[in-house]
Design a protein around this ligand. Structure first.
Ligand code: HEC
Length: 151
């Protein structure tokens, strides 16, 4: 009795530890779709602000503000979808994410802070400040992709 109970308790303890990710996503591929969807929508709005910053689109302060609101919200979402067991064959994420979770988390938090600053800059309707905040955020995208995105 005692020997058959021990593995069960270990299994229950592991299930408990994995609960946050499993409570949100029924299957690993749903987590992958969710985080890729968030990145792709974020990218559309971030790129449009980038076009304004680079003079490829006219600077429209209200539009920039709306884009930055979407970006700041979406930047918060992907982190929860990189839980244990979500490194699947179909994703574009490197295994290092799960091997170096602290650095990956730190980069994600930096993106949240920087997109918050971008949002604040768009409230001022000041293109120079928007440019600086956009550039800082874009560097964080690149740093994280270089280290943790497979392609
Ligand atoms: C903390 C790390 C990190 C940061 C910061 C980050 N990304 Fe990513 N991004 C990833 C990873 C990892 C993937 C691969 C996701 C997957 O397949 O699971 C990805 C994928 C993407 C994709 C492709 C989604 C797909 O369909 O595979 C786009 C577009 C993207 N990111 C845009 C951005 C933009 C724009 C920024 C900055 C504003 C950014 N990302 C910041 C880690 C990051």
């Amino acid at each position: 009795m005692r020997s058959s109970l021990a593995p069960l308790l270990v299994t229950l303890a592991c299930a408990g530890a994995a609960l946050p990710a499993q409570a949100q996503f029924a299957r690993p591929d749903e987590a992958v779709k969710y985080r890729q969807g968030a990145w792709n929508v974020l990218n559309q709005h971030f790129t449009r602000v980038g076009h304004m910053v680079r003079g490829r689109l006219p600077f429209e302060p209200r539009l920039a503000q709306q884009d930055a609101d979407v970006v700041a919200l979406l930047a918060r979402l992907p982190a929860a979808a990189f839980g244990p067991g979500t490194d699947t064959a179909a994703d574009h994420a490197r295994a290092e994410i799960w091997a170096e979770p602290a650095r990956f988390r730190e980069l994600g938090e930096r993106l949240v802070a920087e997109t918050g600053r971008l949002q604040a800059a768009t409230r001022l309707h000041d293109l120079d400040q928007i440019k600086a905040a956009w550039g800082a955020a874009a560097n964080t995208c690149k740093e994280c992709h270089d280290a943790y995105r497979s392609h």
